[in-house]
Ligand binder design. Structure first.
Ligand SMILES: O=C(NCCCCc1cc2ccncc2s1)c1cc(-c2ccc(F)cc2)cc(O)c1O
Ligand SMILES: [Mg+2]
Length: 214
């Protein structure tokens, strides 16, 4: 029977990456995507920008919207200080199933909470589900037309505090025009664009970093 691309990506990780070694999991996925099949991971060019923002923020509480196969979950969680957690939301059960196995291969299952469901339904439950008050860092990488409504939901649920950092993938390709317009024009955000390329391609894309000013 035929396999899916996420299943083939997981197989590449299981064959090539060292168990418990997050960097080897990241490298195995990037190798697979450059040499076998493109997949929508943040990738090896935007990835280091994500890394640098995570290191700068050093978040106690982090949220990721859009897990896919767990590539960026591994990138983020490998940099988190001991005792801190990444909560990552995934809508598609098949993606979530693969991501759990990728995260386990990296040995990061104790630092990552993967929750299945739609961001619009789950965000209002975050505080109660995880006993947190606010997020220090949010990585947006899910449906591009959900970035803005979910940002407003995070504000309404008071899950952001003065200084919370939001980092959004794909603000050029596929593009999130309404989100960009909002964070770049709202007095409540200090926004900056990191120009890069769509993962594993020469197409322009980039990450938008926005600091909530309270
Ligand atoms: O759609 C993308 N990513 C979201 C997948 C949607 C999964 C979801 C997770 C979740 C969690 C909670 N609530 C609701 C949702 S919905 C995506 C697409 C491209 C791309 C770029 C050029 C192309 F030609 C073709 C695809 C590149 C990327 O880096 C992406 O991130
Ligand atoms: Mg993306």
């Amino acid at each position: 029977t035929s396999s899916t691309r996420p299943q083939r990506l997981l197989r590449a990780v299981q064959r090539k990456a060292t168990k418990g070694d997050p960097q080897s999991v990241i490298s195995a996925i990037d190798y697979f995507c450059r040499n076998s099949e493109w997949a929508m991971n943040v990738g090896d060019e935007k990835g280091p920008i994500l890394d640098s923002v995570v290191c700068e923020v050093s978040p106690a509480t982090a949220l990721e919207l859009g897990t896919y196969c767990g590539y960026s979950s591994v990138r983020i969680a490998r940099l988190l200080p001991v005792g801190t957690k990444l909560i990552t939301l995934e809508f598609h059960p098949d993606y979530a199933c693969i991501a759990r196995q990728v995260i386990q291969h990296a040995g990061l299952e104790d630092k990552i909470f993967l929750v299945e469901g739609a961001s619009g339904d789950l965000i209002p439950k975050m505080a109660d589900m995880f006993g947190i008050s606010t997020f220090d860092f949010v990585f947006l990488d899910h449906w591009k037309d959900r970035y803005l409504p979910d940002l407003k939901l995070l504000e309404e649920c008071q899950l952001l505090r003065k200084g919370s950092v939001l980092l959004a993938d794909n603000v050029i390709c596929p593009g999130t025009p309404d989100y960009l317009e909002y964070v770049r024009n709202s007095p409540r955000y200090e926004s900056r664009y990191f120009q890069s390329h769509l993962e594993y391609t020469k197409v322009e894309d980039g990450l938008e970093k926005s600091v909530f000013l309270g």
